[in-house]
Write a protein that binds this ligand. Structure first.
Ligand code: CU
Length: 200
């Protein structure tokens, strides 16, 4: 699996621009988190969220109203309980339809307020960075659990949201497969952490 990730990285480095599937782990190591939580995606890319622990969601908000459902959004996974050690994982896919920023949060309890958010194509400077979004989510304080009745069976209408969702599906992957994904992300996370530590 790790070699596949290296191959994918090599393709990106070679500036091959084509639709790809990007892997995001939800609840890695029992944390309230998306890994990674800042995504850069091309039009047509698919974000594949794999829920491995806890009971989280992938929900869409606006930048200015974090932790709150976007009224015209099509992204809502529903609550996805998972327990990778028991072999129970689920996945949910979001297709990126344009390069506008997409703001994602977990609607479970106060997870969003605790910083469980993700951005797609957020500006890296200015007022609408990932950090600004996460800070705004932290600041909302109140528990704003999702009351959306949106199904996860969006058929890809572009809408204003820039993203569309496909039906959530239970993963057929073995726990070992997902563990290898998790460990690969864990490794990358360690490298990134080390890199940031050097930068700081
Ligand atoms: Cu959560």
């Amino acid at each position: 699996m790790f070699s596949c990730l290296l191959a994918a990285t090599a393709l990106v480095a070679a500036s091959v621009v084509s639709a790809e599937t990007q892997q995001i782990v939800v609840g890695m190591n029992m944390t309230r988190s998306y890994t990674p939580n800042t995504i850069t995606a091309n039009v047509g890319d698919v974000l594949n969220f794999t829920f491995v622990a806890g009971n989280h969601s992938v929900s869409q908000s606006s930048f200015s109203n974090p932790c709150k459902d976007l009224s015209n959004g099509t992204v809502f996974s529903g609550y996805m309980p998972a327990n990778i050690t028991a072999g129970k994982t689920s996945s949910y896919q979001v297709t990126i339809n344009d390069t506008n920023p997409v703001w994602i949060y977990c609607a479970q309890g106060n997870h969003c307020q605790l910083g469980m958010v993700l951005s797609v194509n957020a500006p890296t400077s200015g007022n609408m960075t990932f950090s600004a979004f996460q800070g705004a989510a932290n600041a909302t304080g109140a528990n704003t659990t999702s009351t959306s009745s949106m199904s996860a069976s969006g058929t890809g209408g572009a809408g204003a949201s820039g993203a569309s969702a496909s039906a959530a599906t239970s993963s057929k992957a073995s726990a070992a497969d997902v563990r290898s994904v998790v460990s690969a992300f864990g490794f990358i996370g360690t490298v990134l952490t080390a890199a940031f530590a050097v930068m700081l």
